[in-house]
Write a protein that binds this ligand. Structure first.
Ligand code: ZN
Length: 185
């Protein structure tokens, strides 16, 4: 195995032979795919990886040389990090930095633990709201919580996208870039 230090970069995007984005792997794993001719590099990252026999640019995007059939995960797992990522790490009520997860309709009153009923919230709003609904508090949600959709979410999950991957992932179809929903004018 080549001596590839894993500290390089965050990861590499893997495309199917058809250029369809599949997943993100470590740079080391992507380099091994290239060295073993299972993939070709289509976009370089920063720096060069050295092996005993070779040197190759750090791969940022690789494309598999043979098509693989992949069963799709149709829904995004409801994890704490995924909720923060969807909501841009901002509180759904005051737009301050989010530290907690709030159930919009409180769990204590039968609110579901589902994408449509969870939002990122700061500790203060969460504590103040307690087991009330936003309507009872006279608060407005910044945006209606929904299930994240699209290729980018399927491939990246809560991972921050590398700008070099933009050509292959439609990053504008959701708020992955953590840009808050446009403030109402
Ligand atoms: Zn808040």
């Amino acid at each position: 195995m080549p001596d590839i230090r894993p500290a390089m970069g965050s990861g590499a995007l893997v495309l199917n032979a058809t250029y369809e984005p599949l997943c993100v792997v470590s740079v080391r794993r992507a380099a091994i795919l290239v060295l073993t001719a299972k993939a070709v590099c289509v976009a370089d990252g920063d720096g060069v990886l050295h092996s005993a026999f070779d040197a190759l640019p750090v791969p940022s995007v690789v494309r598999l040389t043979r098509f693989v059939r992949v069963p799709y995960r149709t829904h995004v797992g409801l994890s704490r990090r995924a909720i923060f990522a969807r909501d841009g790490w901002r509180c759904a009520y005051c737009r301050g930095p989010a530290e907690t997860i709030d159930h919009v309709f409180p769990r204590s009153r039968g609110g579901r633990h589902a994408w449509e009923n969870v939002v990122a919230a700061c500790a203060r709003c969460n504590h103040t709201k307690g087991d009330k609904t936003p309507a009872e508090m006279g608060w407005r949600l910044h945006a209606m919580p929904t299930t994240p959709k699209g290729t980018a979410w399927r491939v990246l999950g809560h991972r921050a996208p590398d700008p070099r991957w933009a050509d292959w992932l439609d990053l504008r179809e959701n708020e992955l870039t953590t840009t808050p929903v446009a403030e109402a004018a």
